[in-house]
Design a protein around this ligand. Structure first.
Ligand code: GRF
Length: 195
């Protein structure tokens, strides 16, 4: 079976990136992470990528005159990494139209709620979990979906439900969700790659 190429876009801690790197190294996924692309030069994901000798590229909108120029550069950089699948794992910026067109049916996003609940602009990281806890819902989860031009709104690939305990705190919820998300992500990527 030929190895597939994964490209990860992350703006943050990179624990999902790490799960993907580990899954490739253990050969659970017959794949390699060929690149990490981030908009944040201080993203902790960078250290994780470097440790695993994964090519790392910073492409920040701050360095471009327009979003369209940023979109062009992001598209160019990711094309060079030759992805079979592109995984947005904590990437907080909206993907541009050229990028979407170039990589049609190749871009997925992981989101820590049961979309369409608690998605959309500004709904990332602890903001999602705070909103979930405030709602008094008894269940949350993870959604993995195809990416379109709107935040967290593309066609759903799969979801997993996670119960919320009566005495749940922000910290306990985050700690509970993280490992479940990592496992769910690598399983879903495996299914998408038909492995
Ligand atoms: C994840 O919970 C992901 O669902 C969301 O942002 C978080 C990123 O975590 N979009 P990490 O940077 O992979 O640790």
């Amino acid at each position: 079976m030929t190895k597939k190429n994964l490209v990860v876009l992350s703006s943050g801690g990179g624990t999902n990136l790490q799960a993907l790197i580990d899954a490739c190294q253990s050969e659970y996924l017959k794949a390699s992470v060929t690149g990490l692309v981030t908009n944040k030069p201080d993203s902790p994901a960078i250290a994780r990528a470097k440790k695993a000798s994964v090519t790392t590229v910073v492409v920040s909108p701050k360095d471009f005159d327009s979003i369209s120029d940023w979109d062009k550069q992001l598209t160019k950089v990711v094309k060079e990494l030759n992805p079979d699948i592109i995984i947005l794992a904590g990437f907080v910026l909206k993907i541009g139209s050229l990028f979407l067109k170039t990589f049609e049916n190749k871009i997925i996003n992981t989101h820590p709620s049961l979309l369409p609940k608690y998605g959309g602009q500004g709904m990332f990281g602890h903001h999602v979990h705070k909103a979930v806890l405030k709602s008094k819902d008894t269940c949350t989860g993870i959604s993995i979906h195809w990416v379109n031009q709107n935040y967290d709104a593309g066609k759903l690939i799969d979801q997993i439900q996670i119960p919320i305990s009566p005495n749940e705190t922000l910290k306990s919820l985050i700690e509970k969700i993280k490992p479940i998300e990592h496992e769910f992500l690598i399983k879903t990527v495996k299914l998408i790659l038909k492995q």
